[in-house]
Design a protein. Structure first.
Length: 121
């Protein structure tokens, strides 16, 4: 049994299928922790120019940290709502603060899920 399957309870292919179908249910944009970081980024931009680092998926969709990865802009918990998210409930995720700590797979100890998917582990 692969490390991914042992830690996640399903294959990496099943995990990707499950999560890709739920992006529209994501509530990250409503989260006080994420919104606070965005507002700080806007304030920084107005004062000093473009914000610091932005992750690739934030540029693309700006959300869905439980699947993609954490945000380099979020550094302080201002009130996590991950446990109330339909994605968390439907996918039976067990962690939270994905925007700060990283996606579910990382928090379960799978450091590079893409390597697992590509068979490089």
């Amino acid at each position: 049994m692969s490390d991914f399957k042992k830690r996640m309870g399903m294959s990496s292919e099943d995990w990707n299928s499950l999560m890709k179908g739920k992006v529209d249910l994501c509530i990250c944009r409503k989260c006080p922790t994420y919104r606070s970081a965005i507002e700080a980024g806007i304030a920084h931009y107005k004062r000093l120019g473009p914000p610091l680092e932005v992750s690739v998926h934030e540029k693309a969709i700006g959300i869905y940290f439980c699947y993609y990865d954490k945000s380099p802009r979020v550094h302080e918990d201002k009130g996590c709502i991950c446990k109330t998210c339909p994605v968390t409930k439907q996918a039976k995720l067990v962690n939270n603060l994905y925007c700060m700590r990283g996606e579910e797979t990382r928090q379960r100890g799978i450091v590079d899920p893409l390597a697992e998917i590509l068979g490089q582990v």
